[in-house]
Ligand binder design. Structure first.
Ligand code: ZN
Length: 174
């Protein structure tokens, strides 16, 4: 297992649209295991392959308190939506920011599991929010896209400044 580097906004690679996974094989399962390790370590409740610079349609999630209810969604497709819900979201690629986003309350999703089996499942609550957020990543969309342009620019400037500071601190340590 290996921890992967998470891309951060406004990295342009977060804007790439992921292509469908062609084969669910051992190499893909290795990537899935690495994504879980990266997500749990961060810590986060969901991670899309796009965030670790792999542009294939794959996401992992675990919204349980005990971190013992992992979901793997390969080639996920939302086939039905119902209701509207506003909740506060954060993102491992936009560290330190939490904003309210409106999404469907329930979604029905078709996907393949880690063994390549076709699944149709209904998600609601936090898992529904998480799955919609992660599928957005696969389409190159971030939760900050739902905010005003002014707010998004503020977050972008702040994160770029934070990263410059980090680079300076590293330079001092070296
Ligand atoms: Zn995210």
């Amino acid at each position: 297992m290996a921890k992967l580097k998470i891309l951060e906004f406004p990295d342009p690679r977060l804007r790439k649209k992921a292509v469908p996974v062609a084969a669910v094989d051992d190499a893909l399962r290795q990537l899935i295991d690495d994504m879980f390790e990266t997500m749990y370590d961060a810590p986060g409740i969901g991670l899309a392959a796009t965030q670790v610079d792999v542009h294939r349609r794959l996401l992992v999630a675990d919204v349980s308190a005990e971190k013992d209810d992992p979901y793997v969604l390969i080639n996920p497709e939302i086939v039905a939506r119902d209701g509207l819900e506003v909740s506060e979201e954060g993102c491992l690629s936009v560290p330190g920011y939490y904003e309210e986003v409106e999404r469907a309350e329930h979604v029905r999703v078709n996907y393949l599991d880690r063994n390549g089996a076709a699944i149709e499942a209904d998600f609601d609550g936090l898992l529904a929010v998480c799955v919609q957020h992660e599928i957005d990543h696969l389409d190159g969309r971030l939760f900050v896209d739902y905010l005003s342009e002014a707010k998004r620019q503020r977050i972008r400037k702040r994160l770029q400044k934070d990263r410059r500071l980090q680079i300076q601190e590293t330079a001092v340590v070296l």
